[in-house]
Each structure stands twice: as structure tokens, then as C-alpha cells.
Design a protein around this ligand. Structure first.
Ligand SMILES: Nc1ncnc2c1ncn2[C@@H]1O[C@H](COP(=O)(O)OP(=O)(O)OP(=O)(O)O)[C@@H](O)[C@H]1O
Length: 310
């Protein structure tokens, strides 16, 4: 798979503040890349650097295999974007706004505007000036503007902000369609893990300007989510028995009442028997899923502040 975006040690400082620090990321063709991070992590700044709207302080960017320089234009024509709250000509209609955009981009495929408005399901808007639009409608129109020129790459900054639950659902399936049917590659930022985990193929976690991890959802699901939790009133004895008597090393003590074993090779029955025979006071043994939220919170050592839901 080819990489449409590649950054190497990309950095941005504003005065004394390090907003983006040494970020090396890859977005591959045909995927939905979820860019996850709490508010203020530097997501918008990084996306603006990808679009040449903000000048990096250090590092480099490649788009479609071509180095992005201050005067670069061609690769940017292949990108649709919506960064922060979209701005429109308020007195014009949705259609007129998109017409102006297509004109500016030199894009003249007939039916493109109608199709984009239908894709985002903007309804009952004929003749209405954009100043009468709700936040959700503006967000939909922003997405329509980003996709109406059929870009190969879409950069969307917090695209579901302001949408109601139905709108979120519709937008999520639109993103999947754009990727699967229209062959677009999407980079979507969000501070909401619940949103990103449902749509992304790859997740990049940004925290205080640093990329903590870039990982496929598939590998998170298969390797990080399963564990067996022993509830006990004596975690120290339990850990000692696991280590010394049962040869289990990949465990973690959680507070004063639980021990978690990852990738356990013995059966639950064998484990239970081994613990009881060694006088560990076991109150329960359960197979659990490490929620993705826990997984990401652990990554940021609990300080990330991801919202699990809206
Ligand atoms: N032009 C600027 N001058 C000074 N500081 C800035 C500028 N732009 C952004 N920052 C700071 O950089 C940090 C990261 O901002 P950025 O908007 O990139 O974060 P974000 O992850 O997109 O968060 P949000 O979702 O809240 O926009 C913030 O602390 C912000 O105040």
C-alpha cells in the first residue's frame, strides 16, 4: 500500500510553546486514519501544516510521495479538507457556495454539486442562505465542499462536531462509503475515542503534540483486549503464587483487589485450582475485554482526557 501522507520529525512551536513535536506519521492509501487526541493536543495545527496553511518549525512532509515545500500546489489540489469550523459566504445558498468552490478549484464536472449535497443528506435547503443553517447543517455543507471535487485524500478536523446522533450515524456511513466506493483516503481527527474506534482502520494518538502511537485497529482488537481478572483480597500473595508457583509472569496488579493476566496459556479451571491449592483467597475469576478506552488511557497514563462518548 502506498503512503499518501508521510511526515518526518514534524514540529511546530509558537514562541516558547511546543505545539507539535517530532511527529513521524504515515497515512496509507485506501484507509481511514483516525487522529485521536484531547483538545489542544495539536491535531488542527498538524493538519494545517499538511495543507501548507501553517509553516512547520522543523521536519518534513511528503504528500503523494512528493515533498511539500512553501510554494507546492499540485498535491494540494488532490486534497479536500475541512479544518476547524467551516466558513461560508453567508448570504449565498449551499449550492452557490459549492459552485464558487468548484470554480476556484478549476473543477467542472456536471452534477458534482448535487451529488455532494445528496451524499451529505442536506435536505430542504433550496434557496436558503447559509446564514440560516444550523451548526449541524453547516458541518454537512463543510463536508460536501470538501468532497465535491472528488479528492483522493480528505482531511477532516472534528467532522462530527455539532451533529445530532442520527447525523453522526449517517456521517459515519458516509465516510465508509467515501473510502470503499469512491476510493478516498481519509484522515479524520477527533477527541472522542468512541467515534474514532468505530470508523478508523488505523489510529494515531496525539498527546501534547507527540504521536504516542500509530496502530491498526485490527492489531489492537486482537492483541490488547483480552485478559483474565482474578478478584482477591490478597493481591500480594496472588502475585507471588502466579510468579513463583504457576510460572505466570505477564500479570498486572490493579489496585488492592485484582490481578490481571494477559495472554494466559492455562485454562481458567487450572488457574483457579493452582491459586486455591496455594491458599490464595479468590473471590472470582473472569475473562474480560480491555476496553479500548482503558487501552488509550493507559497510553497517556490516565492524563489524556479522552471522552468516551458525546
Ligand atoms: N496561531 C497560534 N498561536 C499560538 N498558539 C497556537 C496557535 N494555534 C494553536 N496554538 C496552540 O497550540 C495548541 C494546539 O492547538 P490545536 O488547535 O492544534 O489543537 P487541537 O488538538 O486541534 O485541539 P482542538 O480540537 O481544541 O482544536 C493549543 O494550545 C493552542 O492554543
Amino acid at each position: 500500500m502506498t503512503e499518501l501522507i508521510r511526515t518526518r520529525l514534524l514540529s511546530k512551536t509558537y514562541g516558547m510553546a511546543d505545539v507539535v513535536t517530532n511527529v513521524s506519521m504515515k497515512v496509507r492509501s485506501g484507509e481511514i486514519y483516525g487522529f485521536l487526541g484531547p483538545n489542544g493536543a495539536g491535531k488542527s495545527t498538524l493538519m494545517k501544516m499538511l495543507l501548507n496553511l501553517v509553516k512547520p518549525t522543523g521536519g518534513e512532509i511528503e504528500l503523494f510521495g512528493e515533498r511539500l515545500l512553501p510554494g507546492t500546489i499540485e498535491p494540494l489540489k488532490r486534497i479536500g479538507h475541512m479544518i476547524e469550523a467551516p466558513v461560508f459566504y453567508e448570504k449565498l445558498t449551499a449550492e452557490q457556495n459549492l459552485e464558487l468552490h468548484c470554480e476556484y478549484m478549476g473543477y467542472h464536472r456536471s452534477g458534482a454539486i448535487r451529488e455532494a449535497l445528496e451524499l451529505v443528506q442536506l435536505r430542504g435547503i433550496e434557496g436558503k442562505p447559509v446564514k440560516q443553517f444550523s451548526l449541524g447543517m453547516r458541518q454537512r455543507l463543510g463536508i460536501a465542499r470538501a468532497i465535491c471535487t472528488r479528492p483522493e485524500l480528505l482531511l477532516l478536523d472534528e467532522p462530527i462536531n455539532g451533529l445530532d446522533p442520527e447525523g453522526i450515524q449517517e456521517t459515519r456511513s458516509l465516510f465508509r462509503r467515501l473510502c470503499d466506493e469512491y476510493g478516498m483516503t481519509l484522515l479524520i481527527s477527533s477527541h472522542m475515542l468512541a467515534e474514532i474506534e468505530q470508523i478508523a482502520d488505523t489510529i494515531g494518538v496525539l498527546d501534547r503534540g507527540r504521536l504516542l502511537q500509530e496502530v491498526s485497529m485490527e492489531s489492537i482488537r486482537s492483541s490488547k483486549t483480552d485478559y483474565v481478572e482474578i478478584s482477591t483480597t490478597d493481591v500480594k500473595l496472588c502475585a507471588f503464587v502466579l510468579d513463583d508457583r504457576l510460572g505466570i509472569r505477564n500479570y498486572k496488579i490493579v489496585g488492592n483487589t485484582a490481578v490481571r493476566i494477559y495472554a494466559m496459556s492455562m485454562t481458567q479451571e487450572e488457574l483457579f485450582k493452582g491459586l486455591i491449592l496455594n491458599d490464595v483467597p479468590v473471590t472470582a475469576i473472569n475473562r474480560r475485554h480491555h476496553s479500548l478506552e482503558e487501552y488509550f488511557l493507559e497510553l497517556t497514563r490516565g492524563g489524556g482526557g479522552y471522552a468516551a462518548s458525546h
